[in-house]
Design a protein around this ligand. Structure first.
Ligand code: KIV
Ligand code: NA
Length: 279
């Protein structure tokens, strides 16, 4: 498969082909995403929860993101890779954001970065873009601001709210982002915003009218124990948890009953050598 570049993504958008994106947080999860033909792989700060067991994304450190980005980069051959700037690593000033973005490229080995925010982030997006680092924007529900938003709530549910999302989207497009994530907005609003933009929208909880879609891999592959809350927009395409559980339980049972290892899992030794040894 040919390497996906920013040019490939632009061409897809131009011909109306949906762009596929999924998160990955380590070498194996990136490897499978790349093998499955994803156009883009995102090292989202959702790794705070899905890989590090944290409560929310506010806890994850820049150094932790960079470590995981490096492992993902080693596995992605074709997909375009994006690293998510964690809370605290870019909001202070455009210079801080550019420094962080450069670390994602040099240390994290990512090809582009993502950051959350609308209008107020436009100067920051312009700064990073001018330095030659592709920026994926993120508007609508921005989870890093959950405390200010009053939780994980759908955005753009009123005409004023929808106008705010549109204005943010236009502002960050103007600032130079090559595409943007649209999270948790009504499908019709996301469609209209997508039509008004010249760059692609990557939807999550934003309906089928976006230019592409993104999901958190651990959610969509079902790699979590039963009973966990899933947002409405997640479709569970697999049951990786059950398959892993079944395999490990079977291994446990076979070790306890001495069924494993069987002869075919052992190394031979010539008979005379064994006799001499066992003397
Ligand atoms: O952190 C993440 O996984 C994300 C995607 C869901 C867009 O930001
Ligand atoms: Na994120």
């Amino acid at each position: 498969r040919k390497k996906v570049t920013i040019g490939t993504l632009r061409a897809m958008h131009k011909r109306g082909e949906p762009i596929t994106m999924i998160t990955a947080h380590d070498f194996p999860s990136a490897h499978v995403a790349d093998a499955a033909g994803m156009d883009m792989v995102l090292v989202g700060d959702s790794l705070a929860m899905v890989a590090l067991g944290m409560e929310d994304t506010s806890e994850v450190l820049l150094e932790e993101m960079l470590l995981h980005c490096r492992s993902v980069a080693r596995a992605t051959r074709a997909a375009f890779t994006i690293g998510d700037l964690p809370m605290g690593s870019y909001e202070i000033a455009p210079e801080q954001a550019l420094e962080t973005a450069i670390r994602f490229v040099k240390e994290g080995r990512m090809q582009g970065i993502k950051l959350e925010g609308g209008k107020e982030m436009a100067p920051t997006i312009a700064k990073i873009t001018r330095a030659g680092i592709p920026v994926l924007g993120h508007v609508g529900l921005t989870p890093q601001r959950q405390n200010a938003l009053g939780g994980f709530r759908v955005q753009g549910k009123t005409s004023d709210g929808a106008m705010k999302v549109l204005e943010d989207a236009l502002a960050i497009q103007e600032a130079g982002c090559f595409a943007m994530v649209l999270e948790a907005v009504p499908a019709e609003v996301a469609s209209i915003i997508t039509e008004k933009l010249s760059v692609p929208t990557i939807g999550i909880g934003a309906g089928n009218g976006c230019s592409g879609q993104v999901l958190v891999q651990v959610d969509m592959t079902g790699n979590f124990p039963p009973g966990r809350f899933l947002p409405k927009f997640v479709k569970k395409y697999g049951d990786v948890w059950s398959e892993s559980l079944r395999a490990i339980e079977t291994y446990r049972d076979e070790v306890k009953s001495r069924q494993y290892p069987a002869p075919e899992h052992t190394y031979p030794i010539p008979k005379d050598e064994l006799e001499a040894f066992a003397e």
